[in-house]
Design a protein around this ligand. Structure first.
Ligand code: PRX
Length: 653
């Protein structure tokens, strides 16, 4: 969205007050903002009571060595115990934890908290048999099946940090993550169902392992029954060891700062960053925000977050937050259009889903498919809708509200990041109003601001850089093995404050509107990709001499990668075959999500005299705008050539 569009919208008075009946029963309270303002740490100490501590903490926060925070000092807990055992102990063992829906019709399973406890214990015992010790890292590369959650919680139970790699990522992306955190065990499956057919996963693990000789074992769930290559020295079937293991396992309580997981995310350089989350603060942050922002009533609600567990949203708002809150969830394996375009709405109808959390890119896709599809289903069970991943454009907000929410459900537009671990900026349903396109205000206990270049807060009606001015419980603790990069990336632009990498604007009421990344990170379908990572992938192809990638605005995916490539002389002049080869190469190196939408073969790239590529100009070209100020280019004629080339390029979809 352009700056003008934002300010026009921000000046609009359109907003939705919480419906009175919702407000009367809301979990969140208006007074929480004041309480947290008066005593921020006291607020978090109180929220920490939502989870069970084996040993109570003695101090809420140690911020004596910023930016390295310690939360809930002296406290000991087990995240897996909090997600399963304590619900069983409270007499809720027979309650459904997951209504799991496989993609093939009728392939469903209901799993209770009691069954989850048994399976997590079995998996933990099996991992012990495979030699796993507290502190060892375990990589998980799985489809959306219950065993993925079981695997994560089994790792947490043993204090063995997991690193879940999205199943859509390539073998190379997987191996680089395994190597970076030195994981010795990989948990995967033969594959999963996508778009009506089995998709394989194990071959990518086999390929990744060629570069990871230190991986001892691969634990493989049989999901689809496809043939898999088998390495007797390393590969172990899940059903051979997990299903046969004892269901008795006593979880050990770990220090609140014990590492819980590492999640890799794109940064401004080619190398993904390993975001480290620890146990106590993270679990408090995820559980508290899940309870308040989604207004969950664990006794009656059926909550559904459509994210994949390979992203942070799946970690905080499928696994840790909702499970610690003991709420019944839906988990769906496949794509929204299989076997028909109403599949999600059919699931909401069948399972009587009460809260639904998804991404704007999905909402825009449904909008394109038409209102008549959701209209065929009974969506009256829904009470609340959530959005995450990018700003929800007002048109999509209004459609979501009407076509899905029946004009009755509040929408929570939740801003947060892999790094923040928990939702930071969002309306509180029943308490705050919603404005289409604005994430509104920082949650109680969270301090956000928008700063100008000099680091001063901007007045209402102005834009700048989004920062978080105080530490929060689920904040990342560092980048795995790279404290310096952690300090440099987040804490150096505005000393003492966390710089999120996003631009934002305060409207006349002081509410926050997110404006997108201000760095070389693009947001494709709510997922972060680094331009430099895609450029490195392109340059690793033998036909490519140089490449520049920009994120161009896209109606469906928010942004889409567009690549400008200079070929080596030996590669010829770059016909359709070469372009296809390059796009496929990026998909192979990183994953299909990173595949450039367009590849334009150019003779030169616009560079400043110091040799820096001016991506801003390329973005103008990719978005069909008049090219901006090019006076600092070493050769100003370059842009004329590129612009002409672009006008003849067609979509490469
Ligand atoms: O640019 C912001 C955007 O997504 C980035 C974080 O991406 P990731 O770590 O992959 O986590 C995505 C899910 C939490 C942010 O820096 N973003 C996320 N949510 C919103 C958003 N932008 C605007 N509005 C949001 N609600």
């Amino acid at each position: 969205m352009t700056d003008d569009a934002i300010s026009n919208l921000a000046n609009e008075t359109r907003h939705f007050d919480p419906p009175a009946d919702f407000a009367a029963h809301a979990n969140a309270t208006a007074s929480a903002y004041d309480e947290a303002k008066a005593d921020r740490l006291g607020y978090w100490a109180k929220e920490a009571e939502r989870i069970s501590w084996a040993t109570p903490f003695t101090e809420v926060l140690d911020w004596s060595n910023p930016p390295f925070a310690k939360w809930f000092i002296g406290g000991k807990l087990n995240a897996s115990y909090n997600c399963v055992d304590r619900h069983v102990e409270a007499g809720n063992g027979d309650k459904v934890a997951f209504h799991w829906v496989g993609e093939p019709a009728d392939d469903t399973r209901d799993i209770t908290f009691g069954e989850m406890k048994d399976q997590v214990s079995q998996a933990a015992n099996a991992l012990i048999d495979l030699g796993v010790k507290t502190g060892d890292r375990i990589a998980i590369y799985m489809p959306m099946i219950p065993e993925a959650v079981v695997a994560m919680l089994a790792c947490a139970r043993l204090g063995a940090p997991h690193t879940v790699v999205f199943g859509g990522f390539s073998a190379d992306a997987l191996s680089s993550r395994i190597i970076d955190c030195d994981a010795r065990i990989v948990i995967t499956s033969d594959g999963g169902y996508r778009r009506g057919a089995p998709a394989a996963l194990k071959p990518a693990v086999d390929e990744a392992l060629l570069k990871c000789p230190d991986v001892r074992n691969v634990l493989v769930v049989r999901r689809t029954g496809q043939d898999v290559e088998w390495n007797d020295d390393k590969d172990v079937w899940w059903h051979d060891i997990v299903d046969k293991a004892s269901t008795d396992h006593t979880p050990e309580a770990f220090d609140a700062e014990h590492p819980l997981y590492v999640m890799y995310t794109s940064g401004t350089t080619g190398k993904p960053k390993g975001i480290l989350h620890t146990t106590g603060g993270y679990l408090v942050g995820a559980t508290s925000t899940h309870y308040n922002v989604f207004d969950v009533k664990p006794e009656t609600d059926v909550y559904w977050c459509s994210a994949d567990i390979g992203w942070v949203t799946g970690h905080s708002y499928i696994v840790y937050g909702p499970m610690a809150n003991g709420v019944t969830q839906v988990m769906y394996e496949g794509t929204p259009d299989t076997p028909h375009k109403g599949r999600w709405w059919e699931i909401i109808q069948d399972k009587k889903v009460t809260q639904f959390y998804t991404a704007p890119t999905a909402i825009r896709t449904f909008m394109k498919w038409g209102d008549e599809i959701p209209a065929k289903f009974d969506l009256s069970s829904l009470r609340l809708l959530g959005s995450v991943g990018e700003s929800i454009n007002p048109e999509a907000y209004m459609w979501y509200r009407k076509a899905i929410g029946g004009d009755r459900c509040p929408i929570v537009d939740t801003w947060w990041q892999t790094e923040t671990g928990q939702i930071m900026i969002s309306p509180l349903p029943g308490v705050t109003s919603g404005k289409p396109g604005s994430a509104m205000t920082a949650l109680p206990g969270i301090s956000a601001d928008v700063l100008d270049d000099a680091g001063d807060p901007v007045p209402n009606g102005s834009g700048g850089y989004l920062v978080l001015t105080e530490p929060w419980p689920a904040m990342l603790r560092t980048l795995w093995g790279d404290d310096e990069r952690f300090k440099e990336t987040y804490w150096s632009r505005f000393p003492g404050k966390y710089f999120a990498g996003d631009g934002a604007k305060k409207d006349n009421d002081g509410d926050i509107w997110l404006m997108g990344r201000v760095d070389d990170v693009m947001n494709v379908s709510g997922h972060r990709l680094s331009t430099i990572e895609i450029e490195s992938a392109l340059v690793s192809h033998p036909k490519v001499a140089e490449a520049a990638v920009v994120g161009a605005t896209d109606d469906m995916t928010g942004q889409a990668p567009v690549a400008f490539v200079i070929l080596r002389e030996s590669a010829g002049d770059g016909g359709a075959d070469v372009i296809k080869e390059l796009r496929d190469h990026v998909a192979k190196e990183i994953g299909a999500i990173a595949k450039p939408k367009k590849v334009l073969i150019v003779a030169e790239l616009p560079k400043t005299r110091s040799g820096k590529i001016m991506r801003r100009l390329l973005r103008d070209v990719a978005e069909n705008r008049e090219v901006g100020d090019a006076t600092t280019l070493a050769d100003s004629t370059v842009m004329d050539l590129i612009s002409t080339g672009m006008s003849t390029a067609k979509d490469e979809d």
